[in-house]
Design a protein around this ligand. Structure first.
Ligand SMILES: [Zn+2]
Length: 514
């Protein structure tokens, strides 16, 4: 049903096949369609955005368009032959305090209208206090059980059934709920209630919720996130292992005159230009856009907002294929200080970084760009660092090492004759000035050492200095001959390394090769 075809961090390209044989590729963004008004139709989305999946609300269909949906199926009603997911009405509970339908009624209805991916009637936690959050989790679990019970009697099922995980900001409840749902055996999972966190720019909390849910379910099953708001967080939620997410914000924001960019939102009345060349923006000017009737203006901005969302998904997918999702996060993190803060928060979680390392390919077809200390947390860098420490710089037979700047053209004969006046076989020949620490000369072309691009002052980061010191200590060198570099950064780095080694039993000779 679900197959992972490429991975980077916890992000992945996957293929999901529905019960009727339709296929979609993940990660995927599902525009929310209000089935009654259909402001922007699913058909339009298919024709203009190549959307192959949308989400609509089963409860609204059940209350307002029941007969039509039963007669024509949900796809027929939407005029859309792609994959349709139906949310259950849980959102209405959050907004209006209740629904008058049972989980059993909604479940059978979703099967009968031939929904492709169906959500049981759950009870979203939202930003509830502890007591109400516990209640919402218990009620959700009860509803999920009731849903599975009623479905048990049906022979042929039309829907992929989604187990919803609630608990909100109470992470222990999220993991409790996820584990209970896991025991029930759903085909896929969905995590609820992030919208208020997104609106409050509480990204660290949002990411914590996702990490908690993700690590409590099977890795091989798809994870959906409800209400994933703004394109500036898409790359993050994908990197944390979310495969699908929906949002109505393209329309809600448009109603409020707010225009999406990949990194934020702009108010139409404060804009001088349209910084986009989507089919909407390339055919109009900001003045013309503002001059439209309210209805047409909302329609135009909502369509633009959708283009931005779909473009961002394409960028994310290409980044996964290229093994540079981390670099996209580094760029997107600069969208907002809170997002940058949240990025630093996830980079500080060793458990998460280890997990990302397990799922990131050993080799990628593109080189690696490192920018700053945060970049050193990317899986390729952590792996290279560990590999050097564990495989190369463990107790070595040689007592001596010659350290040469990695920028220098190394002439082995000259080093033997002029510098050592002895055979190099007595020495380890190491390159310094790499963000991975010291690199043995023989493996300098091994991935990722020579495929890494970085600013020279990166070697002055405390972490890099410490790696070099640790490598020297692990190897147990007694004497180092250091060929001085021209670069002031490398000279400073060596000085700091020498300072850190001053009370250790290592003799260091600085020299220059004439
Ligand atoms: Zn546009």
């Amino acid at each position: 049903m679900f197959e992972v075809v490429a991975e980077d961090l916890l992000g992945r390209i996957g293929r999901l096949k529905t019960k009727s044989g339709k296929k979609i590729e993940t990660p995927v963004f599902l525009p929310v369609i209000n089935p009654v008004v259909q402001d922007i139709s699913a058909k339009w989305m298919k024709e203009n955005l190549k959307a192959d999946i949308v989400i609509t609300n089963a409860y609204i269909l059940y209350k307002r368009l029941r007969d039509e949906a039963l007669k024509n199926t949900v796809q027929g009603l939407l005029g859309f032959d792609g994959v349709v997911m139906t949310d259950s009405g849980g959102y209405q509970i959050l907004e209006y305090g209740g629904v008058d339908a049972t989980p059993e009624e909604i479940a059978l209805f979703e099967e009968d209208i031939k929904t492709d991916i169906a959500v049981p009637l759950d009870v979203p936690t939202g930003l509830s206090d502890r007591r109400r959050a516990e209640e919402s989790v218990e009620k959700t679990l009860k509803n999920l059980e009731a849903t599975l019970r009623i479905l048990h009697s049906r022979e042929d099922k039309n829907c992929i059934w989604v187990g919803t995980i609630q608990g909100g900001v109470h992470l222990d409840l999220v993991s409790y709920c996820a584990e209970k749902v896991r025991e029930m055996g759903f085909d896929m999972y969905a995590l609820g209630s992030p919208t208020p966190l997104m609106e409050g720019y509480r990204f660290s909390k949002l990411f914590e919720m996702i990490i908690t849910a993700k690590t409590s379910i099977e890795y091989g099953k798809p994870l959906h996130l409800f209400g994933a708001g703004h394109p500036m967080v898409f790359s993050f939620i994908v990197a944390l292992g979310v495969d699908m997410f929906d949002s109505a914000s393209y329309y809600l924001y448009a109603k409020d005159g707010r225009y999406f960019t990949e990194t934020g939102t702009m108010k139409l009345e404060k804009m001088d230009y349209l910084p986009c060349i989507c089919p909407v923006c390339s055919r109009t000017s900001i003045e013309e856009l503002r001059g439209l009737s309210m209805k047409d203006r909302i329609d135009a901005v909502a369509k633009h907002n959708l283009y931005v969302c779909f473009k961002e998904i394409a960028e994310i997918k290409q980044a996964i294929k290229d093994g540079r999702l981390f670099e996209l996060l580094e760029i997107r993190a600069r969208s907002h200080p809170n997002l940058y803060q949240a990025f630093k928060y996830i980079m500080g979680r060793d458990d998460l970084l280890n997990l990302m390392e397990q799922h990131t390919p050993i080799y990628s077809r593109r080189g690696i760009n490192l920018f700053d200390a945060l970049s050193l947390n990317r899986p390729e860098a952590r792996r290279a660092e560990k590999r050097l420490l564990e495989n190369i710089f463990k107790k070595r037979a040689k007592r001596y090492a010659v350290l040469v700047p990695y920028t220098m053209k190394v002439n082995l004969e000259k080093i033997e004759k002029d510098l050592l006046k002895a055979s190099l076989s007595e020495y380890d020949l190491l390159l310094y000035g790499s963000p991975y620490g010291l690199i043995p000369f023989q493996i300098k072309y091994v991935y990722p050492f020579s495929q890494t691009v970085f600013p020279q002052d990166l070697v002055l980061e405390e972490r890099v200095i410490d790696i070099v010191v640790q490598q020297i200590e692990n190897a147990g060198y007694k004497e180092l001959i250091v060929v001085e570099a021209r670069s002031p950064y490398l000279r400073e780095a060596i000085n700091r390394i020498i300072q850190k080694l001053h009370d250790k039993d290592v003799k260091i000779n600085l020299t220059s090769l004439k």
